[in-house]
Design a protein around this ligand. Structure first.
Ligand code: ATP
Ligand code: MG
Length: 582
């Protein structure tokens, strides 16, 4: 069996890391995962997490969790907390030993284990004072200036790749004037948008990111981490490379859209007195998944408009949504490794993710019996008070998982689908006069049916062949079909939530951009199910396969007497065959 944990993948980034270590460029690999706390993490982030933590793990390095929090108006502690929890959940037992937080109060940030008292994630906002000093250093070197153009003018002057840039009329301010204006920006003398600090690079560059990019802007806003200390905030390009440098990051890995920013990343570090060796940026293709939207803005819209129950709705592609649905962290990691790391943008079929989930659950989910749409069966040759316990194994091919007893009685429930009065050819389940084996139990024969006033079959009258008990001395008789069942008086009732894909088309983002019109109206169906009594003791530590039905996980908000189970995934991919049914 190969797992994400046993076979380290290889790709162009790992090759670079390996070569850098061999050449002695860095004494230790230090990566970082730098989410902006403006939403919840999704499966795309999981790819980045597995890459950054995976590299640290494979090369004896460490990986910093850093909040990339330079935009006060969109960020919140709620997101900081969920991100921290999701990252730790995803890497638990695999790479938690390489996760580093910041030691509290350390001037030059010291990386410590999250278990250390007072440790918290790294925050770019903790470096605001240092970033400010670096900005002053650039001004003093004549490499940054305060610009009074409005945001619209700035855009217009910048031009486009095929359109020349026009230098700002403020470009040649003296160092003294720039220092004075920048200090007054910081002191709060000017309103939002009145002035910016810009790098003085090259207005004629073919790369528009080098046409005097903005370094700082004015935002009179409270910041979730730094409070009201600042009214000027650094932009991503200025903050990111310097945060990497301050933390001693060796390999700064991001998605391809930042490739065009890389010359700016390097320019800033080359033009400041920063410690050696400097960090370097590498880019890989982001994950796109079919039937899924992944931008935080769109996921936020689904939540705000009540299209889903929240960020952790089990239909969401968020890490917390998938966790609540019962997707194991190992399956997500296996998925991340199976898709690999490349420089080519594409769309990954969501079936690949589903395959990773099924493969893991097939090996690990405890087998149980449960009926979603019940049909009564009465075994007429058993006495009313018949009560028997049948042995059932918990995991095929895994004796260590042990076995349990399930109650068997005269009154059973089977799945409506497992009976047909006039069945098609090759229907090996129950029919009038036909036989079927009850899983872990006896062969039964359907002798008669009971109908309601409308003629619908509501009960089957059957006889059990008492010599045919599974595993019994006289059990060598074979029938073609085996079905699941529960003992009606012993079954527990549970609400079962059956999930399907949230969107009904492969690329909900394509076209006119109105992704909401592609929401699948049948993405959630709720049924009252009947489960074998052992499931009263279900826990969030375990995942379950209801045999022949699917994989299920206890909902985290489930209350003792009224359990709720989420279907993680069906047993087989019925979607691609066009036979999807809840
Ligand atoms: P969004 O555009 O949805 O807001 P983002 O890319 O801005 O997402 P960040 O919080 O900045 O989200 O991302 C943190 C890290 O995760 C970044 O390094 C980013 O490159 C990476 N990341 C984000 N989305 C994906 C994805 N779909 N595939 C791989 N990596 C991703
Ligand atoms: Mg971002």
């Amino acid at each position: 069996m190969t797992t994400a944990d046993s076979v380290p993948p290889s790709d162009f980034i790992r090759d670079i890391v390996s070569a850098d270590l061999a050449a002695g460029k860095h004494s230790q690999v230090v990566t970082r995962f730098p989410p902006e706390p403006n939403g919840y993490l999704h499966i795309g982030h999981a790819k980045s997490i597995c890459l950054n933590f995976g590299i640290a793990r494979e090369f004896n390095g460490v990986c910093h969790l850093r909040m990339d929090d330079t935009n006060p108006t969109k960020e919140d502690v709620e997101y900081v907390e969920s991100i921290t929890e999701d990252v730790q959940w995803l890497i638990r037992g695999w790479a938690d030993h390489v996760l580093r937080f910041k030691k509290p109060g350390s001037g030059r940030p010291e990386a410590v284990s999250p278990a250390e008292a007072g440790a918290e994630p790294f925050y770019a906002s903790d470096y605001f004072e240092r970033l400010h000093d670096y900005a002053v250093e650039l001004i003093k070197a004549g490499k940054a200036y305060v610009c009074d153009l409005t945001p619209e003018e700035t855009d217009r002057y910048r031009g486009a790749p095929d359109k020349e840039g026009i230098p700002s009329p403020y470009r040649d301010r003296s160092v003294e004037e720039n220092l004075d204006l920048f200090a007054r920006m910081r002191a709060g003398e000017f309103p939002d948008g009145a002035r910016t600090l810009r790098a003085k690079i090259d207005m004629a560059s073919r790369n528009v990111w080098l046409r005097d990019p903005l370094l700082y802007r004015i935002r009179h806003a409270e910041h979730h981490h730094s409070g009201r200390q600042w009214c000027i905030y650094p932009l991503y390009d200025f903050a990111h490379c310097l945060s990497d440098s301050v933390e001693g990051i060796s390999h700064s890995i991001c998605t391809l859209e930042f490739e065009v920013h890389r010359p700016l990343y390097d320019w800033i570090l080359e033009n400041l007195q920063v410690p050696q060796p400097r960090p370097h940026q590498y880019e890989f293709a982001r994950l796109n998944l079919s039937y899924t939207v992944m931008s935080k803005r769109k996921l936020m819209q689904l939540v705000r408009e009540g299209r889903v129950s929240g960020w952790d709705d089990p239909r969401m592609p968020t890490i917390c949504g998938m966790r609540r649905r019962g997707v194991p962290a190992e399956a997500l990691r296996q998925f991340a490794f199976s898709i690999g790391v490349t420089k080519y943008n594409g769309v990954t079929d969501v079936a690949v993710l589903e395959h990773s989930i099924r493969t893991h659950l097939n090996q690990h989910a405890l087998r149980r019996l449960g009926v979603l749409r019940p049909l009564k069966v009465t075994l007429t040759n058993l006495p009313e008070n018949h009560s028997e316990q049948l042995a059932a194994i918990n995991l095929p091919d895994n004796p260590e998982a042990g076995s349990r007893l399930i109650p068997f009685s005269r009154h059973l429930l089977i799945e409506q689908d497992d009976f047909m009065e006039i069945p098609p050819p090759k229907f090996f389940r129950l029919r009038p006069g036909g036989e079927v084996r009850l899983k872990y139990g006896y062969i039964i024969r359907c002798d008669d049916v009971v109908r309601d006033a409308s003629g619908t079959v509501v009960e089957l009258l059957c006889t059990a062949d008492l010599d045919s008990k599974t595993g019994g001395a006289t059990s060598n008789r074979k029938v073609k079909g085996t079905i699941h069942w529960v003992s009606a008086p012993d079954a527990i009732r549970a609400q079962v939530r059956l999930y399907e894909r949230l969107f009904s088309v492969p690329e909900p983002d394509a076209g006119d951009g109105n992704f909401l019109q592609h929401l699948n109206p049948d993405s959630l169906q709720t049924v009252e199910a009947f489960l074998e009594p052992s499931l009263a003791a279900a826990t969030l530590e375990e995942r379950y396969q209801l045999e022949r039905v699917g994989y299920f996980y206890l909902d985290k908000e489930s209350q003792g007497q009224n359990p709720v189970f989420n279907r993680t995934i069906s047993l087989k991919d019925s979607w691609s065959k066009g036979t999807a049914k809840a």
